[in-house]
Design a protein. Structure first.
Lengths: 304, 310
């Protein structure tokens, strides 16, 4: 009971700021400064959006139009490049692969990461600190150091060129941040609720899944977003662990990078732009819907 | 209940610790040994050769080129990213004046924050391919089209190595993409810091006749110092990477003539294109010690500040 109450308290939205109205005092100097501020802000907003808009536009153009005025509209909005990107360039397949890999790896990361974090944060036992610091040390190690042995470990386990191998490696490399952050989060939760549940006869496992996990929801959401984005955007691990022989298993990022090289040979530039657009649009939609959670999720590490 | 505790602890730790040991700790530990072998080729028999890889590494011109590029990144990446982000965050948060005890953001501040942060959610690899098209060498890319409007000849963005071997156009072009993508993250980070600065401080400063420029340097910057240090540490760690953009955007893997190469790219190329596993691991060890030294240094600098403040 108490757990649900705490939970609702935690997720209450922050106070809404009063709607922006005319400033109290508008001097001429303030006005000029305000105007110049907008100019600078708009310039950066254009710098950010223009490359993306140009990519979208290119997806509807013909090859000759792409080499013309970059911001001229195409004489007709062609959709054939999208079809080519989806089927011939396998963007649909790459996207499906990415969804499968990220769904399993993020779920695994969150499950195993919070299990380890919970035990390390709330239970006293020999070796607790040691295991915790070994996990946290993973935050500073550059993954490039492990690259060669990792390749052979995955190969020797027979997991090279498989999605399972990629998923397990994603989980393993996401654990340091997840354990670090979730352990800090579990430490801030009150102990009384869990103790009460134990007195009432709940097992350790049940206490974790039915009491602690719901209480930790805000932290879990932030770190889930962090892991989804991080794993969706992975490029290094796929190009090392899913080689050229298994093109049908590739993820989106490595697929796009490859289309980039082949677009040059085949001179199918609209196809490349359509492929890029198809990779970018889902990210923008997800971002627009969850932008508040994403911003707090990604900056969570810095503001801990 | 107590007897169940250890079973529970072991049960919960078994899978995560096993995964972590097999795929993370094991490989890291092995890398130090592999770095001291002459392992070449997938099936060859590696022999222990001590520090030979390292002596060869220190005479390797490409290695030093890559290191010098990290030095450039360490200086240029934070300078531009933090400079632009601070400026934009200040405009967004402080230029709107104060209201109800807190500095009110400029009109449309929420919109700006959402737009600026957008590049952060896009995959670096995809951003790299987009900018590869924007920086096309002829007049058809956006960058050269813009220059053309001002009557400038097309620039060979990614193949020109003028003026210095370390600081050349090709490398700066790649850095510009890193800055483009990173700025929004730090705008949001600084906005969070700036919104916690009480408005009275700004108001009394304004009453004392403090202009916007002074306001920024005398009020905002000192009160944001903690956040700024965190940001600097983050970007410094990022300065030891750069793999994805260089791999995708540079010609001939870190070229032309290794003018844009970075250590992670050299490690990857030596290992997976040339199968020189021993040598690649030695490079990984070098990168590890550079990152570690820097992380320790950064931790010391930031910790000292924190003690002074409390």
């Amino acid at each position: 009971m108490t757990a649900t109450k705490l939970d609702t308290e935690r997720t209450t939205p922050p106070p809404i700021y009063p709607a922006a109205r005319e400033p109290r005092y508008v001097g001429p100097r303030r006005n000029v400064f305000n105007g110049l501020s907008h100019v600078a802000l708009v310039v950066w907003a254009i710098t950010v959006t223009l490359p993306i808009l140009w990519t979208f536009l290119g997806a509807f153009k013909s090859n000759t139009e792409i080499f013309g005025d970059p911001f001229a509209l195409p004489d007709q909005f062609r959709l054939d490049a999208w079809g080519r990107a989806f089927t011939k360039a396998h963007i649909g397949q790459y996207m499906l692969n990415t969804v499968i890999v990220v769904a399993f790896s993020t779920a695994g990361t969150m499950l195993f990461g919070s299990m380890a974090a919970y035990v390390l944060a709330r239970y006293k036992f020999i070796g607790n600190r040691l295991i915790y610091y070994i996990f946290v040390a993973g935050l500073v190690f550059p993954v490039f150091l492990a690259l060669v042995p990792l390749f052979f470990v995955v190969r020797n386990l027979g997991l090279l060129n498989t999605h399972l191998g990629l998923i397990l490696v994603y989980i393993a490399y996401s654990l340091p941040f997840t354990v670090f952050f979730m352990a800090a989060f579990f430490r801030t939760l009150p102990t009384s609720v869990a103790e009460q549940a134990m007195i009432d006869g709940a097992s350790h496992t049940r206490t974790f899944f039915q009491i602690m996990v719901p209480m930790a929801k805000p932290g879990l959401i932030s770190i889930t977003i962090f892991n989804v984005l991080g794993q969706w955007n992975q490029y290094l691990l796929p190009i090392v662990l899913l080689s050229g022989e298994v093109e049908n298993k590739w993820v989106l990022t490595q697929g796009i990078a490859n289309i980039n090289t082949s677009a040059g040979y085949e001179a199918d530039w609209p196809g490349l732009f359509a492929a890029l657009s198809m990779a970018i649009i889902p990210m923008i939609i997800v971002y627009v819907i969850f932008q508040r959670q994403i911003q707090s999720g990604l900056t969570a590490g810095a503001l801990k | 209940m107590r007897q169940g505790k250890y079973r529970f602890v072991i049960g919960f730790l078994a899978i995560p610790v096993t995964l972590y040991a097999v795929f993370v700790i094991g490989p890291y530990a092995q890398a130090f040994y592999i770095a001291m072998t002459n392992w070449r080729g997938v099936s060859a028999n590696p022999k222990f050769i001590g520090f030979e890889n390292f002596t060869r590494l220190f005479q390797d011109e490409v290695f030093w080129k890559a290191v010098s590029h990290h030095v450039v990144l360490l200086l240029v990446l934070p300078l531009f990213t933090l400079g632009i982000a601070l400026f934009l965050a200040f405009l967004i948060n402080v230029a709107g004046g104060s209201r109800g005890g807190a500095m009110r953001g400029i009109w449309g501040s929420k919109f700006y924050r959402v737009v600026f942060f957008l590049p952060q959610v896009l995959a670096v690899a995809i951003v790299g391919v987009v900018f590869l098209q924007i920086y096309r060498p002829d007049g058809t890319g956006v960058a050269n089209w813009l220059l053309g409007r001002f009557g400038h000849d097309p620039v060979l963005w990614l193949t020109d190595t003028w003026p210095l071997p370390q600081v050349n156009i090709a490398f700066l072009t790649i850095i510009s993409v890193m800055v483009w993508q990173a700025v929004g993250f730090y705008v949001v980070l600084f906005s969070a810091g700036m919104s916690s600065i009480p408005a009275e401080i700004y108001e009394s400063a304004a009453l004392d006749g403090c202009g916007q420029l002074r306001m920024f340097f005398s009020v905002t910057l000192p009160l944001l110092w903690d956040t700024l240090q965190v940001a600097w540490v983050y970007l410094s760690i990022a300065a030891f990477d750069g793999f994805i953009l260089v791999q995708i955007m540079s010609t001939e893997t870190g070229g032309p003539g290794k003018a844009t190469t970075v250590l992670p790219l050299e490690i990857w190329e030596k290992a997976f294109n040339f199968a020189r596993f021993g040598y690649a691991s030695a490079m990984g060890v070098a990168l590890f010690f550079m990152t570690l030294t820097f992380a320790a240094l950064a931790l010391r600098v930031t910790r000292r500040e924190r003690i002074e403040l409390s």
